[in-house]
Design a protein around this ligand. Sequence first.
Ligand code: GPU
Length: 821
Amino acid sequence: MIPAPCDLGNSTESLKNSIINHVRFTLGAYVESASQNDWWVATCLAIRDRVMDHATKSRTIHRQSGVRRVHYLSLEYLMGRLLENNLRNSGLYDVTKQALSEMGKDLDELLESEPDMGLGNGGLGRLAACFMDSLSTVNLPAIGYGIHYEFGLFRQEFINGRQVEHPDAWMRDGSPWKIARPSYRQSIQLYGRVVQKFDDYGRPHYEWVETKQLLGLPWDIPIVGYDSHTVNVLRLWQAQADEDFNFQVFNEGSYVEALRDKAIAETVSKVLYPNDSTENGKELRLVQQYFFVACSLADIVRRFKVGYTLPWSEFPSKAAIQLNDTHPAVAIPELMRILVDLEGLEWEEAWDICQKTFSYTNHTLLPEALEMWSVSLFERVLPRHLQIIYEINQRFLEQDVEGKWPGDNEKKRSLSLIEERGGRYVRMANLSVLGSHATNGVAALHTRLLCERLFADFYALYPDRFLNLTNGITFRRWLDVCNPELSALITEAIGKDWKKDAALLRNLDPYADDPAFRARYAQIKRGHKAKLAEVIQAECGVTVSPDALFDVQIKRLHEYKRQHLNLLNIVTMYREILDNPDADFHPRVFIFGAKAAPGYFLAKNIIHAINAVAAKVNNDPRVGDKLKVVFLPNYRVSLAEKIIPAADLSEQISTAGKEASGTGNMKLALNGSLTIGTLDGANVEIEEEVGSENIFIFGLTVEEVTALKAKGYNPWDYYWANKKLRDTIDWISSDYFTGNAEEFLPLRRSLLDHGDPYLCLADYQPYVDAQAKVDAAYKDKDHWMKMAILNTARVGKFSSDRTILEYAEKVWHLPQVVVND
Ligand code: GPU
């Protein structure tokens, strides 16, 4: 007889028992001598035990109710740490803290010991992580698919101010959050060639033969929503060699050679490519993309077949598949291959199913980020998929394009899935728009530019396919977890329902005028600044005052994000302090966090320049406390959680038209940091929400950027016209900062000789002026706090719950399915 499952219980006593049992029976340690890591693992497992039942239950309910599920395909998930998030979301935080404390353990110390799960580069990967949180919270049936990278984004160190990369072995000791699912292992093919065969009726079909096999082992990570019993999973694929991979070689006695091939197979999920918003073109990257897409589609198809005996035409009513940028776009020809080659469907029916199933999110307009695979590489790795792409393309050009613009070869060239100029390439963005029923941008401005520029011809052809879905962030991690003090203050004022319905934050609006509330809000901010000052002391050896204005720019290092514009202003301020020691500056600490792609030379030069300026400024007795510059090494999710609650000013200064949305801007505003920014990405919508009197907007607009470039932008004009700017640039490229005048020549050249592609010089003076306004505003502390509170109160729109519900309604047509306890 199978006994009824026991209830683990959520009392302090039952938590204590669970943790101790894991220390003893799972880890084989004595409670008296267990290590810190043992306690952390045991605590995670005790929580995981309580979560898994809900995961199984959610899966069962989703299957039994036969509802449509969304499958989120993303090459990146920037999850950060999981324990605190899972504790807060599941409501087990207090009881676990108490249980540990009764056993002489400090929960905060355990939380600090968790390595970040850094399986992403930046905004795109973190967005996927926020979406997973929201999907569970709002009770949507969902599965996230990705790659189980052995090494996440590199660990960054500075040596003499220069970035040095180290491998990130986040799961060297395993991870208590992931569970292997060997029974759902998949086998996929690569390389090989295609042969045409004929059936008994003389009809042709295609077989993909002489391929290499690769196995995918799925690892599941439960995703705990806030105050909901829906626990979805994130399923990450690990590449393995086929067991009898090289049986032949084994028999010939070449044991070592056979194992080398096994090692090669395993490289597929070894490491995350560290490029953000640039494509890479490497064969291994294409193999990674296909590997995880093929495993995921096989998994989705398996579920469709076991769950139902439905015709294929019903597939889209059970499965929605979201493509997180074009990285998983090979899913489109893969589903066609499954339907046509393996399942024997007619092309037209298969294509209809594809378009109904897929939807695509575009995350950038930058030309260098638009994925294009060389036809010859694609053909070698995925020969059948290339044929399918050709077939899709031919039908599209001959029917849709010819139908709309008869005889217009220019239109055909621009819309084709194949770029023919300067070599032949597969255009993954065009494939994604064509193979799906919806294409969305991630902020209103971005979507408008997609329709007007990047996809103008597609938009003319299929206007109904395009829509905007402005990004969001999870307010649990980005307020409740990282700023529990502010979260508690808000709850005290307006009740706790804002955690599930962020629009309710507006009820905070009147508190901006309440002196007592302002004082407490200010006190919380000051507390976080004091804590961050300790982190800065420990990491950078620089003493900063919590009374200074904390001016923060945290994001990937990229020219378009213009960390170097920030640097120009810093150096200008430095000069001003030296020229005018009595100038009335409010003391400021400039705080940077950013990783540069290891191959991005100029980005690394900018990091070095910031560090070199920091070293001078921080040690210049003439400057004293007025100005400090710190670059915190190894920026990552867990560090962001410490910086964001402590920020006063949020730098969102990209060249207008370049930042698709930005999401750090939302996190900082939510935590009461005022934005200094351009009218780019979601900044535009942040201004709409918080009001133009509570944000510092400056610089060229998209239209002005376009006009300036059309007229012929010459940075030298600005250089010669503005002495302050000239002095600043000349100073940076002198020997003053490092003793070597050549050191920052690459930066100088990019700003002057290479045409300043991101218009730093054009926006320099407006930026310096806006910074002066910030300085003046900060001097009225009380009014500043009012503006900060209004930022917190008015950014409810940017909850990822809102974003996800919009996807569910407008793109996926998903029902919310409540899972009871
Ligand atoms: N983004 Br494409 C990335 O982080 N990586 C990428 O490879 C591409 C886009 C970002 C955008 O730059 C940012 O503006 C946006 O907020 C974020 O994706 C999420 O949509």
